[in-house]
Each structure stands twice: as C-alpha cells, then as structure tokens.
Design a protein around this ligand. Sequence first.
Ligand code: BGC
Length: 766
Amino acid sequence: MKKLIFIFIFFSLNIALVSCQDANATIQLQEDPRVEKIDDIDAKVNDLLSKMTLEEKIGQMNQYNGFWDLTGPVPSNGDAAKKYDHLKKGLVGSMLNVRGVKDVKAVQKIAVEETRLGIPLIIGFDVVHGYKTVSPIPLAEAASWDLEAIKLSAQVAAEEAAAAGINWTFAPMVDISRDARWGRIMEGAGEDPYLGSRIAVARVEGFQGDDLSAANTIAACAKHFAGYGFSEAGRDYNTVDVGTSTLNNIIFPPFKASVEAGARTFMNSFNELNGLPATGNAYLQRDVLKKQWDFDGFVVSDWGSINEMIAHRQAKNRNQAAELAVLAGSDMDMESYAYVNELVNLVKSGKVKESLIDDAVKRILKVKFELGLFDDPYKYCNEETEKQVTGSRRINDAVLDMAKKSIVLLKNDNNVLPLKKKGQKIAVIGALANDKTSPLGSWRIGADDNTAVSLLEGLKAYTGNTITYAKGADVVTGETLFPKELTINATDKSGFPKAIATAKNADVVVMVLGEHGLHTGEGRSRTDLNLTGVQQELLEEVYKANKNIVLVLNNGRPLTINWADEHVPAIVEAWHLGTQSGNAIAQVLYGDYNPSGKLPMTFPKNVGQVPIYYNHKSTGRPNLPSPGEVFWSHYTDVSNEPLYPFGYGLSYTTFAYTNLKVEKIADHQVKVSFDLKNTGKVKGKEVAQLYLRDEFASITRPVRELKGFELVELNPNETKNITLMLTDKELGFYDNDGKFVVEPGDFTVFVGGDSTASLTSQFTLK
Ligand code: BGC
C-alpha cells in the first residue's frame, strides 16, 4: 500500500509540474473536466511506464486463467505454483475466471502489496449474458430489437459481476454470422450488420455506463476481431475466407460501432482470415483497428490463440508466434504463456522494438487507470455489496423483462394463443419443460445449475387450469457437465406412451422441444438443424393424439421445423431465456405479455440452404424465366425462400402500414415517413422496419438492407406516423478499396414488419 501512496504523491507533483510548464494546457484542464481526466491519465501512464523494467512491462501483457481458490493456488492446477510465482514478481497484468470478492481480493492483494510497483490486476470474465442472474442468450435479446432493454440487461449484468470483483467482461460478441450450424451464433446479434451495430452500441454502453471508474461498471470487449462468424461450413475455429466487400460492409460495422461507442478493449479471434490467423494479422489490428478507427484501448488474444498460430502453421514455434502476435498488435496474451516467456529475448535480440511493448503496456495501464483501479484496487471488492447485489430483485426484474421481450411468436392459427386462464386441462410435454439448467443457455459460467425458472414452474404459477406433465423423451443423455461434449442423440422412446396418454386427455398441449442450452455455444456446431434426438418423432406421435399443440422452442440457433410449421397451430420461439425463462414464457402464453420479438436470423427450410440471409446479392439469374426452366439460381428440391424471414414475428394483435412518403430534405438527407396502425383488438408493440435497395452501384449491392427501425406501442385502432431518416451513413457503402462512398442513383425503400416488406417508394440521389 505504501508503494501505492508513493505513486499517488508522485503523480500529483508531476501533474502540478506539467500545469506550470504549459499555461494553455492549464486553461484547457480547467475548462473541461473530461479532458483533464484524459490528460491526467496519460501523464500517469507515462510516468509509471518510465519506472518499469522490461520484464514488468511484459508482465502487464500477460494474462492467466484463475488458479486461485480462496486460500491459495488450486492444488489440482498444474501451473498454479508457476503462476503464483509470476504474480508475486509482477509478471501478471490480468487474470480471468477469478471471481467472488474473496478470491479477487486475495489475488489483487498480492499484485498491489507484494510486487515492486504495486500495479493492480484487471480481472476479466465472460459476462456474456448475465453473471449469476442470467439474461436471455444474446441472440434472443437481439430478437427484442429493444435497444433500451438490451442496454439495461448489460447494465445489470455489469452491476452483478462488478459486485463479485470483476471489472472487465469479454463481451459483447459482435460477430455477424449467417450460419445456423455455427454453435456460437447464440452469442451474437444474428445476421445483420445494421441491427448488430445498434445492439453492439447498446451493450457497450450498458456494460461501461457513463463512468467507467464507478464501482458498478466494467470494461467491455468487442470480439472476436475478425471474421469468426464466417467459419467455413459453420464448423467452429474453421478457416475464414471472405472478400473485401463482405469484410468491410458486413463483418466490420459492429466492431467499428463498438469503437465509436467507446469499447475499451477488443479480443482477436481463433480463425485465420484470408490466409493469416487473426492473432497475427497486422492489417486487422494495427491498420484497421488502431490506425483507421483510432482505437486507443487494448487488444487481448483469444484463449491460447497466440500458440495456435503454430497449429495454423503461420509460426514455427512459440517464439515466432509471440513475435508475430506482438508485431501484429495483440497487446495481451491470454493463456499462451508466449509473451511472458519469449518477449524479453525478442526485445533483447532486436527482433521486437521496445516501443511496441511500450505501446501495448500504455494501452493496458490506461484502461486500468480509467477503471479507477489505481485509486482503489479493491473498489470492486466489497463483500456487503456483493451480498446485496447478487440475485437482487432489480436484476431479476430486468432479466424477466428482457426475456419477455425476446420471445418471437412464429405461428398462431385460430388464435390458439393466448391460453385461457381457467377451466382448461393443459398437458405439458417435453424434458425441456421441466429443466432448470438448459434455459440458462451456453456461456453462463457464473451461474449455478438448476437456477432457472422452468416453464413447468412458470405455468403452475397460474392456478386456474389443471396441468399434467409428461417428459416424453430426454433431450440429452448422461452428464450435462460443462465443458464436456453432450450426447445429442438421445434415443429412448419409453416415455412416449405416457406423453400420448397425457395429450389425449388435455384441451391443449404445450410441447417444449428444441436443443439443450449446452448443445449451443463454443465448439458446438451442428450439421443438422432438426429437433435433437427423438423429439420430432415425439411431436408427431403426440400430434396424432391431440392436434391442439402449442410448440415452445428452446434453442440457440435457427432450427429447421418445417413439419411443425405445416401441422402445429401455434409456435413460440423462446430460445434460452435465462433465470426467469419459465415466468417469461408463461406470461406470453397466457397473454399477460403480448409478444413483439422479431427474428434476428433467417430460419432455413433445411440445412442445405445455409448460409441463407435476407441481404443477399441478386445474382445474374435471380428469377425463373418461364415455367419449367432450369438455368436460373435455385435448387431443384427446395425453393429459395426461407421458412421464416429475417425480421419476422407475430403479435396477438395485427398491424397495417400505409401512407409511405419519401422526401429529400437536403443533399444527402432523405426523410421516410409512414403510418402504422394497430388493426387488432389488443394493445401491442411492433418493430417497424425500413429496408433500402441501392439499385445500381459501382459494386453489386444487396437486394435490400435494413437501414432503420422503430419499436412502437399502439392501442387498438391507434395510428402513429413514423419518421426515419436516411443520411450518408445509411446511403453509402464501402467499395473494394475499403473507401466509404455515397453514389448517386436510384434507391428503393421498403417498409413493413419483416424483411419481405412490400410497401415501397423510390428516390434518386443526385
Ligand atoms: C472464447 C472467448 C472467451 C475466452 C475466455 C475463448 O475460448 O473464444 O470468447 O472470451 O475463451 O473465456
């Protein structure tokens, strides 16, 4: 602690000197407290850097996975002794997966009180959709299109994680993906760069708040830079090979938006991109991120990704991997042990300039200062706060609200939904209906198993009906222990007869089917998008007994549910909705909440259509020339259309779009306005969507692209006039030289409730 006090006194003197030397700077400092803070931090960083040995600098670039267990290093962790030694020598700048005030305080104490310079650790954790109290998976949250709710969800996640000692989340994941086979699509915002960018901003703002140094905000990390969502064939960690236009117009925008929203850190990615592993890719990290976008935070590698450059066959050994990674702009090494072991020699041998190390360390220290860790390294370590905040009412209310908003009504023939509240016999069928772990989804490592409200519990909270439950079939067999592979093909049908009997005797059957939470996420790609195991058979057997089925889907990716779409009268997309899952779904099924979610990804008819996405190009042969023709862009077995388009979702009411007007109010400012009317019988919310087509351009442009939306709540018969603006940002695109251009020409506007919107108008840009 003494050292820390010394550092503070030194800094204060130093700042006083700087102020005296530069009168203008002093005036500026007094005028703008924010500038003062920034200048102040830069001065502090430079000063601290000047005192650091090369080894200590490189230590700041080294991040270790948790090896600490309340009283000391975990005995079962083989590296614990070495890591402990490094920690005491000031050779560790950050740790991940240490959580809970007691543990964080213990490791922080060593960093602050036992090392020469007392530099605090930054403590990272994957707070991806909540910490202990879990919000819906990010893909589900994206289905809400409700930026305020998403921001709040990130805010309460930050609050709960910060109360447990964490000050940095490895989120948001802003990877755009068009491939439902990829297990990690559950972790992002879906297929669209516009929606993805807006959501990225909401999440960054939610995690970081207005004041990063407050004890209830944490640093965000936009990941995985870049291209990870485009892995070939949707197989995780696989090769990515994309052209300039896709990179600039589809993959980059949410990352750029994250920088603009102030995300303090970035994580690079496991994949190679166009021949270079992202971790060793200077174009991505130095040219684009740090130079073009002026990002002044730091880049952490993904887990072991520096070492993986050897397996990629870019680097011959760890030494070369460390060299390539640092040259490429990866500032912090997560668990490769490459920087801590190799960088000193690389600098001493002249292969790596010390100025590159200095740049990386400055970035890391800056974020630590911004978090307020130098003012009080234990600011996130208050046991009282941890007790009060963890699982608080406020956090549970926010995740319940988010869960309701994330639900998408896919089908509701004959108004099967909402369910009547009294006098009904309801059969609830499916193992997922009674599962208190699966709704937590993937990437919820801070939460305990069995802590979600199951749908069965949620439905039973409504007492007017008689509820009978039958499992029917398991969705997983064996242990659901993270991170082991789950058995996906449960085959036991012995529960079918009971499920069929239960259904026969019911007025309505609620079937909860899909995939287990741990069937999705990292390393969990699939080549088959059907309901897993024998669930499809179960559905068809139950249907024979009772056709009045409400199918509730639990899943982390689009599934191919054609049979259900053809036969089952009502389908509710309920994803993996987190801790409050069962309550949220029950409120929607009973009509206490009118669903307003819209799909953030296209649902294919079969896996062969993947990648399928609404903002595709036209091709040279887009249309059937005449009946029976073969030579046009299509399949012989299935149409080009998806099962459900991007942006699609129903409500218990209906909406009408009329009166579209497009007005040019300045050179590059187009005002689009239209009327939206609630034409049904109940109050409801609609996501009004605006799509744009640039008819002809210097490079081919998508058939349409989302360029605006508004979430509107209307009473029955109420009409609202909605205005959305198109400016350069929406009208332009990146050409093949990576230059943003707005080209003159004709544009078509489409307005409506999903990406097939048919109300159109045109305008011309001069
Ligand atoms: C994932 C990252 C994650 C990191 C740390 C990696 O396997 O790709 O997204 O942040 O682990 O847990």
